[in-house]
Design a protein around this ligand. Structure first.
Ligand SMILES: [Zn+2]
Length: 252
């Protein structure tokens, strides 16, 4: 902080903050972006916290005039321009609008920086515990299914990975591959005699494809299920029928 007396005015000293060594506080950045975006409402009172999340997530919640923002602490060192981009993305999301291409590009460029990715993976490994139930369930043995599919569709070349049932019986998240932990989780909802074997196999196959086919980046978007992914998925016997059955079972 520097105090300067403006020579041409006599109405008291002018306080000027020099921005060079004092980066703007995140609250200040969010308020500035809020004004720039031209929302027709008063600037909320921002409360921003960096949290040790196990992933690169951030969120915002507005209650009255208080906006609570949680940002992954992996982003704590991010340059102001990235924080501005994130502020725009979160604020636009909050008001169900789409952030500008510039903001999304800027944020994604930072997030895809190899150094940042390494920090994210590190945070995942050390913080995110993937809780799993053993592969051998009540009806299906995921370990057995994995090695069977591995030799049948991947020439046995897929490295062995941790696989197990989820602790919660989710009917919306049926399967998940976590690259940081090299772990496949299948929802416990599928470990049931009412679920046909081919459905479980198909879900495991889908997650195995995530090991084989890396993420694609298209513009500012991460494409998890690329065209190549969908094409590879069709190698599963009776692909369409299985997908239909899957939809039927889980849309009830
Ligand atoms: Zn997937």
């Amino acid at each position: 902080m520097a105090s300067l007396r403006h020579p041409s005015r006599s109405d008291g000293p002018l306080q000027l903050a020099l921005p060079i060594h004092a980066p703007a506080s995140p609250e200040f950045v969010f308020a500035r972006v809020f004004r720039r975006l031209g929302f027709r409402r008063a600037v909320p009172d921002f409360h921003i916290e960096y949290r040790p999340f196990s992933s690169l997530r951030s969120n915002i919640a507005l209650k009255g005039n208080r906006a609570r923002v949680h940002i992954s602490d992996v982003l704590a060192e991010a340059p102001t321009i990235v924080l501005e981009a994130l502020a725009e993305i979160l604020l636009m999301q909050l008001f169900r609008r789409r952030a500008s291409e510039e903001a999304r590009e800027c944020y994604m460029a930072y997030v895809f920086d190899p150094a940042v990715r390494r920090r994210v993976d590190e945070a995942r490994r050390t913080r995110g515990r993937v809780r799993l139930l053993p592969a051998r369930g009540r009806h299906y043995d995921l370990g057995e299914i994995y090695s069977r599919l591995n030799s049948r569709f991947f020439g046995g070349e897929l490295s062995s990975c941790r696989i197990g049932w989820s602790t919660r019986t989710s009917r919306t998240i049926l399967g998940r591959y976590d690259p940081a932990h090299h772990t496949i989780t299948i929802s416990k909802a599928l470990d049931s005699e009412s679920i046909p074997l081919e459905i479980v196999e198909f879900l495991v196959f889908h997650e195995m494809l995530h090991i084989r086919i890396p993420l694609e980046r298209r513009g500012s978007r991460r494409v998890v299920h690329s065209h190549a992914f969908h094409e590879a998925e069709k190698a599963f016997p009776n692909y369409r029928r299985v997908r239909e059955r899957l939809k039927k079972i889980f849309s009830q």
